[in-house]
Design a protein around this ligand. Structure first.
Ligand SMILES: Cc1cc2nc3c(=O)[nH]c(=O)nc-3n(C[C@H](O)[C@H](O)[C@H](O)COP(=O)(O)OP(=O)(O)OC[C@H]3O[C@@H](n4cnc5c(N)ncnc54)[C@H](O)[C@@H]3O)c2cc1C
Length: 377
């Protein structure tokens, strides 16, 4: 007898799993749990349009609350899962309620990495509440110091600068978005920030935040009325680890996103999965990865087993540039630039051993779509 599906986490991956299950014709019970107390919403605008004040809170919601009622999806928003009983196939919620499963989907996402802090808590960007409090605060702010030169730090810095704030950036890495893009793109974006009068200090590690301000590794202290930290995330693996599922930098799955327990799947930011483009196990933080994991798992649970093997793709928006990346960045031995970087519309094709590995398109959406096809394995 089918005891239904329980999905823990109603972010991009959890929401899409529930939606795709119904689209696949799955008619059993679905419970979708979250602990943020909000109808499932998209995170990308939190560091872009919502932070700039050009998007409303409602526009972030994937679907209104009624949709879940119409689809018979039991949306439980303020009663987090606290333990898994694998023998009985039951999830325990904080309130003491228990939910039975035939299939369990862990879509628990990730939480922000923090700096040791003894002074005022800096701002971070993961949840709606984080973005909302920063957005309110920014309206009064003058000077912003953003720590971290990955996507989130750069998007937050650009959003603050677009609102006329004095902004500067500090990053421990040698170049912008170093893990995700080519040196050419890092340099092009650095120039763009300089054009927008955002000074950037690279190779500069932050030690901690104290009453005096932001203390750097060399002992000097930087101050600003607003400090934003975007130094990466840590996957939420505690539930899985407590239940003795395999965990290694994320919840470990096979190519069907099945964990070491065949009735339990892991999807999205929390899942360390075999990825044909990475050539092994990896964990990816992106909307594409979360949504495509979810679609594959929904298909498998509905009786049509589906391996996950989609081309990874990402995007970011900073000032006037929309960067779209197809494939996973590697150290390339050959790059080809098509289009004119000066005009702000171009693509970088990165090859290794004669094979196209990843393509970065700046304000060239058609080239990005074509690149995804070119990269298909
Ligand atoms: C500010 C920001 C901007 C981004 N911009 C982009 C972008 O431009 N492009 C892109 O591709 N990606 C972007 N991302 C990344 C993308 O949003 C994530 O990869 C995606 O949201 C991952 O979805 P997920 O469902 O795996 O995890 P999450 O969205 O983190 O959702 C997990 C949910 O599970 C809940 N949860 C955890 N534990 C429990 C529990 N025990 N019980 C109940 N609920 C629980 C959490 O509270 C959370 O709501 C951005 C992320 C952020 C934060």
């Amino acid at each position: 007898m089918d005891r239904g599906v329980v999905i823990i986490g109603a972010g991009q991956a959890g929401f899409q799993t529930a939606l795709s299950l119904r689209n696949e014709g799955y008619a059993g019970k679905i419970a979708l749990l979250d602990d943020e107390g909000r109808v499932p919403y998209a995170r990308p605008p939190l560091s872009k349009a919502y932070l700039k004040g050009t998007a409303t809170a409602e526009s972030l919601e994937y679907r209104p609350a009624e949709f879940f009622v119409q689809q018979s999806i039991d949306l439980v928003l303020s009663d987090p899962a606290v333990a898994l009983d694998r023998r009985r196939q039951m999830v325990a919620l904080r309130s003491g309620r228990e939910l039975e499963w035939s299939s369990l989907v862990l879509a628990t996402g990730a939480h922000v990495r923090r700096l040791p802090t003894s002074g005022k808590e800096p701002f971070c960007l993961r949840t709606f509440a984080d973005s909302d409090s920063l957005r309110t605060h920014l309206s009064e702010a003058n000077e912003v110091l953003a720590i971290g030169v990955g996507f989130i730090g750069l998007e937050a810095a650009a959003a603050a600068r677009a609102q006329g704030k004095k902004v500067r950036l500090i990053g421990a890495e040698a170049r912008l978005m170093g893990r995700a893009v080519s040196p050419f793109i890092s340099a092009w974006f650095q120039k763009m920030f300089e054009r927008h009068e955002v000074p950037i200090r690279l190779n500069t590690a932050v030690k901690r935040i104290t009453e005096a301000g932001v203390e750097l590794a060399d002992g000097s202290v930087e101050t600003a009325d607003t400090v934003i930290v975007g130094i990466g995330v840590i996957p939420n693996t505690e539930l899985a680890a407590k239940a003795n599922l395999a965990v290694s930098g994320g919840i470990v799955t096979d190519s069907y996103l099945r964990t070491s327990d065949p009735s339990i799947f892991a999807v999205g930011d929390c899942a360390t999965h075999p990825n044909v483009y990475a050539g092994g196990l990896t964990r990816i933080e992106s909307v594409q990865n979360a949504a495509d994991h979810a679609r594959a798992v929904a298909s498998t649970i509905s009786g049509k087993p589906k391996e996950y093997r989609q081309v990874p793709w990402f995007w970011t928006e900073q000032f006037e540039a929309k960067l779209q990346i197809a494939g996973l960045a590697v150290e390339a031995d050959e790059t080809e630039v098509k289009g004119d970087p000066e005009s702000g519309k171009f693509s970088v094709y990165n090859y290794k051993g004669g094979k196209l590995k990843f393509v970065e398109s700046v304000n060239q959406p058609a080239a990005h779509i074509a690149a995804r096809k070119l990269l298909e394995i």
